[in-house]
Write a protein of this length. Sequence first.
Length: 132
Amino acid sequence: LIGIRYLVRGHYQGDLQDYIYALNDPNMGVVEVAISQVAIKGNSESLLLIENFLNHSDREIKLAAIRAYESLGAEKDAQLIVAGIDVDDREMFRAWRLCLEKLTNHSIGVDLDPDLDARKSIVQLWQQYLGN
């Protein structure tokens, strides 16, 4: 983990490839940093490498993947995002929601911290908006 954090401090030719390689590291802290750096240094094609992390069991990995999609994704990726929304986790829900808003340039609901019923309603509205 110390090694990848050191790499983040600078830029060098081929750094993206090193971060892509680090996506397979057994240390989840390394993977989290790698996802974040791929989101910064990569492009929309890099999301193919991150897609499986949207359903990862580690919460921080999942958050990093959502934020990567927010950074690099396009409207076509919104279907992937809405499919994985977790209404029970408020922070995760906010991340999903911000990502969807960025990808679609559309907003549903304005409450900063909606209650569970409102979150469920917002998910249904997003599904309707996206045609699910």
